[in-house]
Design a protein around this ligand. Structure first.
Ligand code: AMP
Ligand code: MG
Length: 325
């Protein structure tokens, strides 16, 4: 009798402790927007946490349907077909992101320019296609963010000339990440990370310690050149390794100099850290185009933004705030 009691007590002691609400980390990874979207969050309700993950993934897909140039029925595709002919009525959300894109163009002296796509669409990095010199020259005059005119009162956009195309590839992922973070915050989530390819944002910390975010080596996928401790921050990396092909010893990659319509040389990757993902996404692309000197000067002029640049020789350059760390 005594032994039976003892063994059943032991049995109880080895059962896992199951408090009513057990807090835990949940994570998920899905392929959205042509990249990998990853979510990690801390929740005391598995059901609520999983519902939040589902909502975030759906939100990412919604933004993609709105803004992808690969989808014929996206608002951006409609703009590219129609805006040189007549003003195109668009959603408030897209109008706002276009306005932010144009403000980034002003801030960066035109380095960030969504009309890069007027020539950019002539590249196909998967099929290793680049434009001929003639085709590039013909497209070049259509690159200028001033060709895009927004009418806020009537919620429409037009292009002032033909041949203009826009692409939000340098800012839409950041926007989607910010939307995801807002959604998680509205659900009361206090510790989370959302990343879409090179754009990540963090709410809170990793429960008592910072998140450690690695900056990958631009030439070795599984190696990091630096690790940045972060909480409540956004971090974006632009790299020449994301979409590219090589021909005649030249790396043709996806970040385009709006002045030449050609891929930017001189830098392998740019990482920026700041408050929100939309700005960091556009800024990482901008600093890449501006080059080490001008790009870092821009970063220094912005409050609470830091940067790490890996140049064409693999040398690292830091903004002064990171140097101090
Ligand atoms: P990211 O990975 O954020 O640097 O964004 C790169 C993407 O931005 C490219 O794949 C293009 O879709 C787009 N892009 C390329 N060059 C420019 C540019 N000069 N200004 C704005 N967007 C650009
Ligand atoms: Mg970017």
């Amino acid at each position: 009798m005594a032994t039976r009691l003892l063994s059943s007590l032991l049995l109880i002691a080895t059962l896992p402790l199951a408090p009513i609400a057990q807090a835990e980390w949940l994570s998920d990874e899905q392929s959205v927007m042509g990249t990998v979207v990853r979510i990690e969050l801390w929740t005391d309700s598995r059901k609520a946490g999983q519902a939040a993950i589902t909502a975030v993934m759906e939100e990412m897909r919604r933004v993609d349907r709105l803004m992808s140039t690969y989808k014929e029925d996206s608002e951006v595709s409609l703009i590219n077909r129609q805006a040189a002919i007549e003003p195109v009525t668009i959603s408030a959300e897209l109008l706002e992101l276009l306005a932010r894109s144009l403000r980034m163009s002003e801030l960066t002296g035109g380095a960030f320019d969504i009309t890069y796509a007027s020539a950019g669409h002539l590249y196909d990095f998967r099929r290793k296609v680049k434009p001929s010199a003639d085709a590039l020259a013909a497209a070049l005059s259509a690159i200028n963010y001033r060709h895009v005119v927004l009418d806020r009162a009537n919620s429409n956009v037009k292009f002032v000339r033909s041949g203009v195309r826009i692409d939000l590839g340098g800012i839409a992922k950041g926007h989607a990440v910010d939307r995801a973070i807002a959604l998680l915050q509205a659900r009361g989530i206090q510790h989370a990370l959302v990343s879409a390819g090179g754009d990540s944002r963090i709410i809170g910390d990793r429960r008592g310690r910072p998140w450690m975010v690695g900056i990958r080596d631009p030439r070795q996928e599984n190696k990091a050149v630096a690790v940045v401790p972060l909480s409540n921050a956004a971090i974006s990396t632009s790299g020449d390794y994301e979409r590219y092909f090589e021909a005649d010893g030249v790396r043709y990659h996806h970040i385009i100099n709006p002045g030449s319509g050609q891929p930017v040389s001189g830098i392998r990757s740019v990482t920026v850290v700041g408050a929100d993902s939309t700005t960091m996404d556009a800024l990482s692309t901008s600093v890449f185009v501006m080059g080490v000197k001008k790009g870092l000067a821009l970063v220094e002029s912005l409050p609470d933004v830091e940067a790490v640049v890996v140049d064409a020789d693999g040398k690292m350059h830091y903004s002064s705030g990171l140097m101090r760390r």
